[in-house]
Design a binder for this molecule. Structure first.
Ligand SMILES: Cc1cc2nc3c(=O)[nH]c(=O)nc-3n(C[C@H](O)[C@H](O)[C@H](O)COP(=O)(O)O)c2cc1C
Length: 460
């Protein structure tokens, strides 16, 4: 059978993910796996209608489609996202309808699930027949046990195609109806207390609600907030995944476009960032995705640490818990504070006015008190993955990350906690004595757990 591999790596066939495809090819020579370099040829596919059409023709003729891509910043690379947008923009969805589909990714398992959820949602929107997804750690192919799993996954996909297996739809279609937001004429000014406020939007002229929400928040800050539209930033392209930034955060685009200068001089110097965008399929626009991907020149260093970040979103975020999680995880991983996310799903304009005012008030209040909400699993878990990777597997090539993590105490491995280690050693021995073990578990446990808190509270 013929499988079309939609390659999402900007590196084309010299990519880690494509080595997995080569492995599958070697194991199943009876099937043709044709790779289309979607992300690498993104500009060409967008600018030349004939090239786009060739891709669609290949999909038409295929027995199955494999979405194969690297994880990029909680999702897929921006170039790949743009291709997904073009499918609906150019009414090409019909080519995908009913086609068996599967996902294969490589990553370091940092928010691989949100990327999988997203592409699965896209497959459901395109009415594809979804088989399953496979998330390989980037070096898995080098391990025999993992190769066996990849083999089984691929075999399963081919066999499912053969027997015309049905796929389960997981993500319901989105209801994208919105009510027009009509801001009231009265508005009160909020004292910005000298905080530097930057609103970044990708609003186009027809994004009425988004533009009105942006203006409303800006007006609350009485001209003290700078508004920048991403369309006006000179961005030559998406992240190329070349890791030129690994040694000292110097991007391959340095001096070639305006993004690095914009990020360093505007984004990094703001106290309060308001990110505004309209939902496009199941995420924001590919332009916003380009922003997040290109921010990768900071590699795994949280470049927005300590900032207040608010989101203004036009579109059905309430139906996209995956996108909400990405936003929450992004701010938590950045060690920034998510002030709030306001959307135009609120049909009552007066109420939306109030919500936007409250967002503006809180962003200044939190910036003044330097309040950063404690991270949940989203931030804590993510940070531990990076800590371990940068200490180990990824120390080379990410030398800048290693230096930063070392100098800022990111390497908080439990084995460094010497008092805890002594404590654990003592208890290991104590617990071997039955009478003491019984006393501890039966009589002392609950009391001892609150003892340090009570000592502190008594002192206060
Ligand atoms: C810009 C950029 C962003 C990345 N973001 C993530 C991420 O969010 N989660 C993750 O697990 N890995 C992330 N990675 C790691 C890649 O997914 C991983 O190295 C992958 O194997 C690269 O595949 P490729 O060579 O096929 O492009 C990122 C890499 C780059 C260059």
């Amino acid at each position: 059978m013929k499988i079309i591999v939609l390659n999402g790596s900007p590196k084309g066939e010299r990519s880690v993910t494509m080595q997995y495809i080569d492995f599958i090819r070697k194991k199943f020579p009876q099937h043709e796996l044709k790779i289309l370099n979607i992300a690498q040829r993104g500009k060409e596919i967008e600018n030349r209608k004939d090239v786009f059409q060739e891709v669609i023709e290949e999909i038409n003729k295929a027995d199955g489609v494999l979405w194969a891509f690297p994880l990029y910043v909680f999702l897929i690379p921006s170039q790949y996202k743009r291709f997904i947008e073009l499918i609906t923009e150019r009414s090409a969805a019909v080519a995908f309808k009913g086609k068996p589909a599967a996902i294969l990714t490589t990553s370091i398992h940092f928010y691989d699930h949100t990327a999988h959820n997203y592409v699965h949602g896209i497959c459901d929107d395109l009415d594809m027949n979804f088989y399953a997804s496979y998330s390989a750690e980037m070096y898995d192919l080098l391990k025999e046990r993992e190769r066996e799993k990849i083999y089984n996954f691929s075999r399963g996909f081919f066999e499912a195609i053969d027997r015309r297996a049905p796929g389960i739809k997981v993500y319901p279609s989105l209801n994208v109806e919105t009510t027009e937001y009509i801001p009231s004429s009265s508005l009160d000014a909020i004292d910005t207390q000298g905080k530097k406020i930057l609103i970044v939007t990708d609003g186009e002229e027809h994004h009425l609600n988004l533009n009105r929400m942006v203006n409303r928040v800006a007006e609350h800050f009485t001209g003290m907030a700078e508004v920048i539209n991403l369309h006006n930033i000179d961005i030559k392209g998406g992240c190329l995944g070349c890791i030129r930034c690994g040694y000292d955060n110097t991007c391959v685009y340095s001096g070639k476009d305006g993004f690095i200068e914009f990020y360093n001089s505007k984004i990094k110097t703001a106290d309060i960032l308001v990110f505004a965008g309209t939902i496009r399929d199941r995420y924001l626009s590919s332009l916003w995705k380009t922003f997040f991907d290109r921010g990768f020149f900071n590699t795994h260093i949280p470049s927005l640490m300590g900032k207040q970040i608010a989101f203004l979103i036009s579109g059905p975020l309430g139906q996209l818990p995956n996108l909400r999680q990405i936003i929450e995880a992004y701010t938590e991983w950045q060690q920034a504070n998510l002030v709030g996310i306001i959307t135009d799903e609120e049909p009552d304009s007066k109420k939306l006015d109030d919500l936007l005012r409250e967002l503006a008030i809180r962003s200044v209040e939190y910036a003044s008190s330097q309040y950063i909400r404690p991270a949940t699993f989203l931030g804590v878990g993510g940070r531990k993955i990076f800590r371990d990777e940068i200490w180990g597997n990824l120390r080379f090539p990410f030398a800048a990350d290693y230096r930063f993590y070392k100098n800022t105490g990111f390497y908080d491995f439990p084995q460094k906690d010497y008092s805890n280690r002594i404590h654990n050693l003592i208890f290991e021995w104590i617990l071997k004595i039955p009478v003491l073990r019984k006393k501890i578990y039966n009589e002392m446990m609950v009391e001892k757990m609150v003892e340090p808190f009570q000592k502190l509270l008594n002192k206060l």
